[in-house]
Design a protein around this ligand. Sequence first.
Ligand SMILES: CC(C)(COP(=O)(O)OP(=O)(O)OC[C@H]1O[C@@H](n2cnc3c(N)ncnc32)[C@H](O)[C@@H]1OP(=O)(O)O)[C@@H](O)C(=O)NCCC(=O)NCCS
Length: 140
Amino acid sequence: MYGVDTSVHPAYRSRGVGGLLMEARFAVLKSLNLRGLIAGSLIIDYEQVADSETVDEYVADVVAGRRFDTNLSKQLRKGFKVHNLIPNYVEDPRTSNWGAAIVWENPDYAPAARPAVAALPARYDMRLRAPRPAFGLGAV
Ligand SMILES: CC(C)(COP(=O)(O)OP(=O)(O)OC[C@H]1O[C@@H](n2cnc3c(N)ncnc32)[C@H](O)[C@@H]1OP(=O)(O)O)[C@@H](O)C(=O)NCCC(=O)NCCS
């Protein structure tokens, strides 16, 4: 599964909201018996040290816990692993335009099992409503 753009309002960050959103995604993955989740991470504090550290050094420091990145550190904490770095991922000076592909592997993935599509947490049926008469054209 591919995941993009998890965002928590700045006033509510670091209070567990983003973690709950990530856990909800993991629950969907497990219910569908998917192998894992790949997402893009903005390494949002890289610009602060970009003059003195290469992006590889920076990410290695974040992975080792020697630096805290406002996005990537939280995603690593929830079990994501860095897969590779992506140049020109976004136009964002905070990241010097770098991103990281991050992967979460489903520990319960069973390759032999059929995808449990019927076990989706919720299913929605769409039914078309009968057309309404145009406003003002019905009997008065
Ligand atoms: C990434 C983002 C969604 C995380 O949301 P959040 O609500 O701040 O995250 P949480 O508070 O749930 O933190 C996630 C984990 O990091 C840990 N954490 C949070 N703040 C921390 C801090 N200052 N120091 C150490 N750990 C911290 C939490 O404890 C939690 O782990 P846990 O569940 O094991 O306790 C949020 O920072 C954000 O919206 N960023 C901007 C948008 C963006 O660029 N998103 C990423 C690209 S898609």
